[in-house]
Design a protein around this ligand. Structure first.
Ligand SMILES: Cc1cc2nc3c(=O)[nH]c(=O)nc-3n(C[C@H](O)[C@H](O)[C@H](O)COP(=O)(O)O)c2cc1C
Length: 386
């Protein structure tokens, strides 16, 4: 499918599926357990109806939002995607440059395949850094120090991985860390020559941010093994406070799903939260973020910037999230589907699709400025979360 025939994120997903080997596509596309959480993330957005208002003169429209003292041109950002360059080569840099071009934030991942310093140099004003708390404090606090030295202003601490998730597609594909390529997978990969060619010419992706901490000197597998060994169940409020103390910039907690955790974030002095279920990748039984964001906003909205991800696939979804109380959204898989479907042009297509749909939607419902979105635009027949 050609890019100009892709009119939705799902069209791009289908196009990406044709270019990415199964192993990598499933890693991107899949969720935890039976994937009911993954489906719920989409269906919960679809279940919400917007109430249009007309005769309001909406010729002058604005999509701009302010976050932590900086103005962004559009209320969507690119969240952290670990191992992105394995899904499609150069995804990290393609998306980072897209973020700069459109003045939106890009969150570099601890599990990234491009060094955080490289991203920060490429797009200094748009890089946020996402921290996975490591099993070893020396690693955690060194990553914090590196982010600060790189001039990054926003640190996003992901709290929702206390244990490796059971992602069945990855298990069935034998895509576990440490990675072992089975003959069946090798045969499948052979059907994707452009992916293979890029991998061969650009080099096998590695966990670049973790390289300095690997004590063994061998290359790929030990790093993956090391990465797996870093997933930890030890994160508690005390450690979060130490991270707060070590970081003088803006602190965001990612993976908040309850009012209690939102209160903890507020109490420890965070500046914002991302209400997230990790895109359905950690707990299949978790609710959809769009269904919990309203009560979280009511609890901490005065103290914290409340953002959301998980399941956002259209401009209308961004509008719904804002009507329910999120000030900003992120969409993970959408942007990577775009890169998989068509490299730089594919990423650009994702942005166009989201932007045009958001613009049409706010025009249609009679709201000229995204900052004015609120419950007024939600149909009262929707089930609410409060
Ligand atoms: C392939 C993949 C890798 C991810 N890697 C990370 C990561 O390294 N750190 C993190 O905090 N979240 C990670 N996430 C979660 C995303 O940041 C985000 O929360 C999620 O993709 C949002 O859901 P969506 O894909 O439905 O938009 C990853 C998600 C995907 C799909």
């Amino acid at each position: 499918m050609k890019l100009d025939q892709c009119h939705t994120i799902d069209d791009l997903r289908q196009a990406a599926k044709k270019r990415i080997p199964k192993l990598a596509f499933d890693y991107l596309d899949g969720g935890e357990g039976d994937e009911t959480g993954l489906s719920l993330n989409s269906s919960a957005f679809k279940d919400i109806k917007l109430l249009p208002h007309y005769m309001r003169g909406v010729r002058e429209r604005s999509h701009k939002v302010n976050l932590f003292g900086k103005s962004y041109d559009f209320p969507i950002g690119i969240p952290p995607i670990g191992m992105a360059n394995f899904i499609w080569p150069q995804t990290d840099l393609i998306l980072a440059r897209l973020a700069k071009k459109h003045n939106i934030p890009y969150i570099a991942s601890t599990a990234g395949t491009t060094k955080l310093e490289v991203i920060a140099e490429e797009i200094p004003d748009h890089t946020w850094f996402q921290l996975y708390v490591s099993a070893e404090d020396r690693v955690t606090f060194d990553l914090v120090r590196r982010a600060e030295n790189a001039g990054i202003k926003v640190l996003v601490v992901t709290v929702d991985i206390p244990v490796p998730a059971m992602r069945l597609r990855d298990v069935r594909n034998h895509f576990e860390l440490p990675f072992r390529l089975t003959p069946a997978m090798a045969l499948n990969i052979a059907r994707y020559p452009s992916w293979i060619w890029k991998m061969m010419t650009l080099g096998t992706p590695k966990f670049e941010n973790m390289s300095p901490y690997v004590t063994r000197d061998a290359e790929n597998t030990p790093k993956a093994e090391f990465m797996a060994s870093q997933i930890t169940d030890k994160l508690d409020v005390d450690l979060m406070k130490k991270i707060r103390d070590a970081w003088s910039g803006t602190l965001v907690v990612k993976g908040v799903m309850s009012e209690e955790d939102a209160m903890i974030a507020a109490e420890l002095g965070a500046d914002g939260i991302i209400v997230s279920n990790h895109g359905g990748r950690q707990l299949s039984s978790a609710p959809a973020t769009i269904d919990v964001v309203g009560s979280i906003k009511q609890t901490v909205g005065e103290r914290l910037t409340v953002m959301l991800d998980s399941g956002v696939r259209s401009g209308a979804d961004i509008v719904k999230a804002m009507c329910r109380g999120a000030e900003f959204s992120f969409s993970g898989r959408s942007f990577v589907y775009g890169v998989g479907a068509g490299d730089v042009a594919g990423a650009e297509r994702v942005f166009q699709i989201l932007r045009d749909d958001l613009d049409r939607t706010i025009t249609q419902i009679g709201c000229a400025d995204v900052n004015d979105l609120g419950p007024e635009y939600l149909w009262k027949g929707n089930q609410t979360d409060d």
